[in-house]
Design a protein around this ligand. Structure first.
Ligand code: ATP
Length: 301
């Protein structure tokens, strides 16, 4: 069931069309990614979903509610991560959790939440004294303290070290596993590839692709590449004629064959049939990074 429905969403800032006719559905219980270059319109889109911005056109429904007209209802079902600047530097973790819990009719048990997010021993620590990772975990806790069915996380892991980023990924998976739908805005393709069930790739205010991460990767020209040094000279035409192969080239003394998963088996079978072996064999898969670079046009001017 679609818990978020966005239809023909448009939003301009003066002459600038930040969002230009976006439509997508987010299914209940999934992690849905919003990806795209700087200035693509990602934050504007999620701000319209959160009810923080009034769209110029199109419609948004969150659990059936209009985020602008039914602001209170949407606030109860949707938890948004706070920007760092929205918290007082002197507030303690405990005070922040208590304060935000008091704003909701059916808040979560904030002590249990602090425990779950690894903040139990930081309750008396002031916000300004928390590390980047701890601040991020607090912002997730505050987004969850109202017991929402949906949580919006915008650029959550920017600025975190690789370990803190991985811990945050585990938390996001736990949140999804507890039944919460996650709308995740990210610049990190590895993050999107690991976490998202589906993702929309936005460029210049429009959706240019919407699919599972592997579906998006499948759209790139790269696919699977197999490279090797043959044990004896080999006519590349034989490789190019294999059914799944898209290109063959010589690179630094190696033969590089692009194709699909099946190409690996086809190339090795051909070599075996010719009595040749493949030295320094390497197989590389295209990633969401490759798909992103293939499909988007670069930063907004
Ligand atoms: N309040 C505003 N006033 C004027 N222009 C704005 C405003 N907010 C955003 N924009 C412009 O609208 C476009 C989309 O911005 P938005 O913040 O939605 O993009 P984004 O994809 O979230 O970018 P980033 O990845 O850099 O955060 C950009 O060109 C941006 O400069």
């Amino acid at each position: 069931m679609a818990i978020i429905e966005v239809r023909g969403l448009r939003k301009a800032y003066g002459e600038k069309r930040a969002v230009d006719g976006l439509s997508f559905d987010v299914q209940e219980g999934e992690i849905f990614g919003i990806l795209g270059p700087n200035g693509a319109g990602k934050t504007t889109t999620v701000e319209c979903v959160e009810g923080l911005r009034r769209p110029d056109g199109g419609s948004v429904r969150v659990a059936g509610y209009d985020p602008v007209a039914d602001r209170d209802a949407v606030t109860r079902v949707l938890g948004a991560q706070l920007q760092e600047s929205e918290l007082q530097p002197k507030i303690t973790v405990r005070e922040a959790l208590e304060l935000y819990a008091a704003c909701y009719p059916n808040p979560a048990d904030w002590r249990a939440l602090a425990e779950r997010l690894g903040l139990a021993d930081k309750l008396r620590t002031r916000f300004a004294k928390l590390s980047g990772g701890q601040k991020q975990r607090l912002s997730i806790a505050l987004a969850l303290v109202g017991n929402p069915g949906i949580v919006v996380l915008d650029e959550l892991t920017t600025g975190l070290d690789p370990r803190a980023r991985r811990e945050t990924w585990r938390l996001i998976q736990d949140i999804r596993d507890s039944g919460v739908t996650v709308l995740l805005v990210t610049h990190f393709m590895e993050e999107a590839q690991r976490l998202c069930d589906r993702a929309a790739l936005i460029d210049k205010g429009r959706i240019i692709a919407l699919d599972t991460p592997s579906g998006l990767i499948g759209r790139t020209a790269g696919g699977t590449a197999i490279s090797f040094v043959p044990s004896a000279p080999l006519e590349t035409r034989l490789l190019a004629d294999l059914p799944s192969v898209t290109s063959v080239r010589h690179e630094d003394g190696r033969i590089v064959v692009n194709g699909t998963d099946e190409t690996v088996h086809a190339v090795l079978s051909l070599l075996a049939g010719l009595g040749l072996s493949a030295h320094q064999l390497r197989v590389t898969e295209a990633t969401l990074d490759d798909a992103y670079l293939d499909l988007t046009t670069g930063p907004d001017a």
